[in-house]
Design a protein around this ligand. Structure first.
Ligand code: GRG
Length: 308
């Protein structure tokens, strides 16, 4: 059930075409509801409707489309995953975690509002994601599969566990892990959960919402696992190589040698090569989809090209 895809279509054209529906669905999902305190509702909207790349919703929709489904039926999953992502960013920015003042070019939620409101907005978004899936998916079997997939990805063996180990890792040096190879293994395990679990859920949920068979779900899961890992490696690389265009100079740190990051453990060049080979693996996982996998291939390539 391949959909005709214009081979000249750029990823940007595709994302620009899908973005209004994603933004409208996010907006509708964050509209005022009876019983929701106004300040809490404002903090939720502030965090969710901030100008993010919407990579997770796009991946969810692309996975559905690669399986012959459509954006509309994948939208509840796309919205739910972005809600979980927004909650994780709010909580990650808190003083008890990364203690950041800026996110998506604006003050973080706890700076714009206050810490308690930010914690509660994150808590609320977690519940909202699952309630949204429940209320917007009429097929009970699909709804249960979507909710279970997202709950597992967001939970203690997924996003939360990865974050816990990441925070913990700051206490250790490479020697504590028994050398660079063991440290790399640990780092990869952190990223598969902290970043990869949600991307994997996007791909699986997109496929499930399209009614895909287990082969397709499993191929897309492999794709997203590789995608998430490469995304994290390039995140580490951007930290090292980011430039301040206004000043025209590099503002990123050095390669952070010895630190528990890919460039820190492998050096910049090997980390870059590792990102490239990981994206190659993502491409390999898409063989099953033929031309229907073209957009997902372009999304994978974007990870290597991204500048933010
Ligand atoms: C608090 C449970 C909990 C988890 C936090 C999101 C997260 C886990 C940590 C953020 C730290 C970080 C920079 C992780 C790297 C990958 C990542 C999630 C980047 C942010 O995602 P983007 O680039 O953000 O898709 P936008 O704003 O575009 O949506």
């Amino acid at each position: 059930r391949e959909q005709p895809i214009d081979s000249n279509e750029s990823l940007k054209d595709y994302m620009d075409a899908r973005r209004p529906a994603v933004e409208a669905a996010l907006q509708a999902a964050c509209e005022d509801r009876p019983g929701v305190p106004e300040r809490l509702a404002a903090a939720i909207r502030y965090a969710v409707l901030a100008p993010g790349k919407r990579l997770r919703p796009m991946l969810t929709i692309m996975a559905a489309e690669a399986c012959g489904g459509d954006a509309e039926s994948a939208m509840p999953s796309a919205v739910a995953v972005e809600m979980i992502h927004a909650y994780s960013l709010i909580h990650d920015d808190l003083p008890a975690m990364d203690d950041d003042d800026l996110r998506r070019g604006r003050p973080t939620t706890h700076i714009e509002f206050d810490e308690a409101t930010a914690i509660l907005a994150g808590d609320a978004l977690q519940s909202m994601a699952f309630a949204h899936l429940h209320h917007s998916t009429s097929d009970a079997t699909k709804s249960a599969a979507l909710i279970g997939t997202l709950a597992t990805a967001a939970g203690p063996a997924g996003l939360v566990g990865g974050q816990a180990d990441d925070l913990d890792a700051e206490k250790y040096t490479v020697e504590d892990f028994g050398g660079a190879d063991a440290a790399l293994k640990h780092l990869e395990a952190i990223h598969h959960r902290k970043t990869g679990a949600l991307f994997t859920a996007c791909a699986a949920m997109g496929a499930i919402s399209a009614g895909a068979d287990t082969n397709a779900v499993s191929a897309l899961t492999d794709y997203a696992k590789a995608f998430g890992l490469a995304f994290q490696i390039t995140d580490d690389l951007l930290d090292c190589t980011s430039t301040d265009e206004r000043l025209g100079k590099r503002t990123g740190k050095d390669d952070g040698r010895g630190k528990l990051t890919y460039p820190g453990l492998m050096g910049l060049d090997r980390a870059r090569a590792h990102a490239e080979s990981t994206i190659h693996m993502a491409h390999e996982s898409l063989q099953l989809f033929g031309t229907a996998g073209q957009r997902l291939r372009k999304l994978a390539d974007f990870v290597l090209e991204r500048t933010n």
